[in-house]
Design a protein around this ligand. Structure first.
Ligand code: M6R
Length: 607
């Protein structure tokens, strides 16, 4: 989704702005632009498409400037075009602004400004901010900015430069993230830490409502009431290597192969020594005393981890547990109460739908526990308790290692909860922990069979649609398999609970149509196996994913991927690995833009 960068310092701003935008590319965007302050005033360059094209255009200008802002836009208001790309410049050219988020009352503001004679060049909600800044400027920067901000409704992060403030970068945060970095030669701004990789040695994550006024020499922070607030820069632990593909052709493949370590680190971080005492989850016993119901909430793949987690929590804690799509959570009357535990799952920690659901649950008095991969993200900051997954930065839009780290987190959390509640005994607890500790090695084992799975991927690339079926924990995996395949290969896919087929969907089965069947949950193996036969007897083709213990039972099926055995509760995690590889190799065969699929964003910051 949209990304912001900014620079003020002793060096030329342009290289950082462009490199910073490149580092934000993974978030997903469709156009990009920069605005810099030169001796001619504010100058801009924009283009649709990739940052590389913007780089070519910008380098021709040879801009000489120490101050600038940049933006990658993911269209919300107005088509993808240079005209709608940011930065937007005010009517007289005094201000340029880049914006993330949505100005909800932009139409009213635009009409008013139009009545006052302001001409609009774009269809965006963001352009009103540029004109308002110019109209409200009264010589006193902070009071002028406050005047503008109080007219804006919605969530936003703004980066601003002003023609008459030759070395001043202005940043404003309301609900949409912004980070300020300090390097050897100046200050940097970005909408996520990734853009500061390799340049900033220290950083500050801005708080909601803060305004930052940054010059070459110093960064000053103000609260929304205009009072100055002291903020300390902290050493950044930013590692450029996570932003490199290494020997892998795509970030997605690299991240698929990072799953043994992502799950291992996450599991070890949570479970300490595998005993029943864990520092990271020490808050659990008292929290569980008052919990009578659990909701696990997320979007996309994070929602799929919620579905898998629901089965595990229900079995190990015996507490009623529901998996809810965050955007649905916001619009329905789910009976969340004081004794509800709401677990919000999000890789980015910035997903607007999840944030809204979190706010709603908090208003209702529920306890908020989040499972988040990005430290200091909005969801982490707004939760009562946070568990950080240890997947490391994830660059590919299609999540893989963050998804598996979320799963192992929910599994571990459920095992500890069951034990603390007295639902599972000491022996059972140790059994589950042992199973969990073996998962990273089993993932590695599946990854060693990459070539075999790649062949199935190539085969699927000519399909016009693919069904994914499974029951219970296998169904949770089917949902994720279908999403992964859709998002990167653009093949229409649907996931069904296997038992539902005969209630309608089986009418789609015809000779040669393809179904990926997940059949790893031992307790329901026979039932799903029957559903597979129903498909085969109608001429449908099957790619089967099952476990070692069933090898002998499935000899009649030619196309199969056999994965290691584990407890039924945890199969979803192991099933994800061949499903990710299938999607990857299908998309590769089709020549798709795997790391940056069309229309998608890594961090979805609008509702
Ligand atoms: O950052 P989040 O985990 O909150 O993101 C949620 C979804 O947008 C995300 O999982 C999305 O479905 C991925 N593209 C799936 O690969």
């Amino acid at each position: 989704m949209c990304g912001i960068v900014g620079y003020v310092g002793k060096e030329n701003a342009v290289p950082y702005l462009l490199d910073g935008l490149s580092r934000l590319e993974y978030r997903g965007y469709d156009s990009a632009g920069i605005a810099v302050l030169t001796d001619k005033g504010i100058e801009t360059e924009k283009c649709t498409g990739r940052v590389a094209a913007l780089r070519d255009k910008a380098e021709k200008h040879n801009f000489s400037c120490n101050l600038g802002i940049g933006h990658t836009r993911w269209a919300t208001h107005g088509e993808v075009s240079e005209r709608n790309a940011h930065p937007h410049v005010s009517y007289k050219g005094d201000f340029a602004v880049v914006h993330n988020g949505i100005i909800e009352n932009y139409a009213t503001l635009r009409d008013k400004l139009k009545d006052e004679g302001y001409a609009f060049l774009s269809d965006t909600d963001s352009e009103v901010v540029a004109h308002l800044l110019e109209r409200d400027y009264n010589g006193d920067l902070i009071s002028s900015l406050m005047n503008t901000v109080k007219k804006l409704e919605g969530a936003f992060a703004l980066g601003i430069i002003c023609k008459n403030l030759s070395d001043t970068l202005i940043l404003i945060r309301k609900e949409s993230p912004l980070v300020v970095g300090k390097g050897k030669d100046g200050f940097y701004a970005a909408s996520d830490m990734g853009a500061l990789c390799g340049v900033a040695e220290e950083s500050i994550t801005m708080n909601d409502g803060e305004i930052a006024v940054i010059t070459k020499e110093k960064a000053t922070f103000y609260l929304s009431d205009g009072n100055e607030v002291f903020r300390r820069f902290e050493k950044s632990n930013l590692c450029a290597s996570s932003a490199e593909k290494g020997d892998f052709p795509h970030f997605m493949l690299k991240e698929i192969f990072e799953q043994p370590s992502a799950t291992e680190h996450t599991y070890r971080f949570l479970s300490s020594s595998g005993t029943s005492s864990t520092e990271e989850l020490s808050f659990l016993p008292s929290l569980l005393q008052t919990t009578d119901r659990i909701y696990i909430v997320g979007c996309g793949s994070a929602y799929h981890t919620a579905v898998a987690g629901k089965y595990v929590f229900e079995k190990l804690t015996k507490l009623p547990t529901e998996a809810v799509i965050a955007s649905e959570f916001c619009t329905s009357s789910i009976p969340v109460r004081k004794n509800s535990l709401c677990i919000f799952v999000s890789q980015s920690g910035e997903t607007a739908d999840t944030l809204s659901a979190l706010k709603k649950a908090k208003e209702k008095g529920a306890t908020i526990l989040s499972v988040v991969n990005v430290p200091e993200s909005s969801i982490a900051r707004k939760s009562h308790k946070v568990i950080y997954t240890k997947a490391g930065p994830e660059i590919a839009v299609a999540t893989t290692k963050a998804y598996s780290a979320q799963l192992i987190t929910l599994y571990t959390l459920a095992a500890f909860s069951g034990y603390y509640l007295g639902v599972i005994n000491d022996g059972d607890f140790r059994y589950y922990m042992r199973e969990l500790s073996c998962l990273p090695k089993k993932i590695k084992n599946i990854l060693e069979r990459e070539n075999e799975i790649a062949e199935f991927g190539k085969l699927l690339s000519s399909e016009s649609s693919i069904r994914f079926i499974g029951r219970n924990t296998d169904y949770a995996a089917a949902m994720e398999g279908a999403l992964k395949m859709k998002e990167i290969s653009y093949i229409p896919c649907e996931a069904y609970p296997a038992g539902e087929l005969k209630h309608g969907t089986i009418s789609l089965v015809e000779k040669g149509s393809i179904t990926v069947a997940l059949c790893c949950n031992d307790s329901i193996f026979k039932k799903t196996a029957n559903n597979i036969e129903e498909i085969r007897s109608r001429g449908g083709d099957i790619i089967l994913i099952t476990t070692e213990k069933h090898t002998e039972d499935v000899t009649v099926i030619n196309r199969k991927i056999i994965i290691p055995d584990t407890d039924d509760l945890f199969v979803t995690l192991l099933e994800a690995i061949p499903l990710q590889l299938l999607a990857y190799y299908t998309a590769k065969e089709k020549g798709c833009d795997i790391d940056k699929p069309r229309n998608l964003a890594k961090s979805v910051t609008v509702e």
